[in-house]
Design a protein around this ligand. Structure first.
Ligand code: GLP
Length: 242
């Protein structure tokens, strides 16, 4: 594992974007796994800047997002589809058909999950997966559980996640209770993984994920088993690390 502890959120965003840009330059047809949430926003902004300055291009890049809320349409301001378009895709030269996000409105959710996984496989698998982490140690929407879930699946969100994510919604009642997410196997099959965490609310999850026992009760802890893991945390998120 490569651990980088940086000063603050701005430095984390710059460093993360630099690493993605280097990966992209060495493989212009890279398959990226992408997260949503507040954490990667700064990294997306930096990447957009680099694109505008002509330093990088996404024209041959393929992306797979980690997750989507069940029941939110593509137009819904809280859907991850909208999030990705508003905050990243609409500002760069990526081809729309090369961006993939699970369909939260699919009538047959199981089929949607199976097809999503097939698409990842057909694209050759994920080369570089970028992850945030939930306060409870979730990655994607893989919540603390008794076992590690395998491939893309439907999940019931933990109360603490509904609470944490309610900050983006008008009211907590509007936060969907279910989501579609890549599973732990989908994530662990990626060739490289980069985990990002910022702020003191993440300090305990980061401590457990990197230095605690490997357990599905803290899903991110499984990342300790990955052979090519880069972790970038700011000082607050890394405060409890030894
Ligand atoms: C959501 C997403 C995760 C993300 C997490 C942390 O629940 N499904 O992929 O990592 O929130 O979000 P934030 O970066 O806003 O703290």
């Amino acid at each position: 594992m490569e651990l980088l502890i940086v000063k603050d959120y701005d430095e984390l965003s710059r460093k993360a974007a630099e690493i993605v840009a280097d990966e992209l330059k060495s493989n212009p047809r890279i398959v990226l796994g992408l997260p949503t949430g507040a954490t990667p926003l700064g990294m997306y902004r930096e990447l957009i800047e680099m694109y505008k300055e002509g330093k990088i291009s996404f024209k041959d890049v393929i992306t797979f997002n980690l997750d989507e809320y069940e029941g939110l349409s593509k137009e819904d301001p809280n859907s991850y589809y909208r999030f990705m378009n508003d905050n990243f895709f609409s500002h760069i030269d990526i081809k729309e058909e090369n961006t993939n996000i699970p369909d939260g409105m699919a009538v047959d959710i199981e089929r949607e999950c199976r097809e999503y996984e097939d698409k990842i496989a057909k694209s050759g698998g994920i080369d570089f997966m970028i992850l945030g982490i939930g306060n409870n140690g979730h990655i994607g929407f893989n919540e603390p559980a008794e076992f590690f879930p395998g491939f893309t699946h439907r999940v019931k969100l933990a109360e603490s996640t509904i609470q944490a994510n309610s900050r983006f919604f008008d009211s907590i009642d509007h936060v969907p209770r279910y989501a579609l997410t890549m599973g732990i196997k989908s994530i662990m099959h990626s060739k490289k993984i980069m985990l990002l965490a910022s702020g003191k609310a993440k300090a305990e999850a980061i401590k457990g994920a990197l230095q605690g026992p490997i357990t599905p009760k803290l899903p991110a802890s499984v990342l300790q088993l990955h052979r090519h893991l880069i972790v970038i945390v700011d000082e607050e998120a890394g405060a409890l690390l030894e």
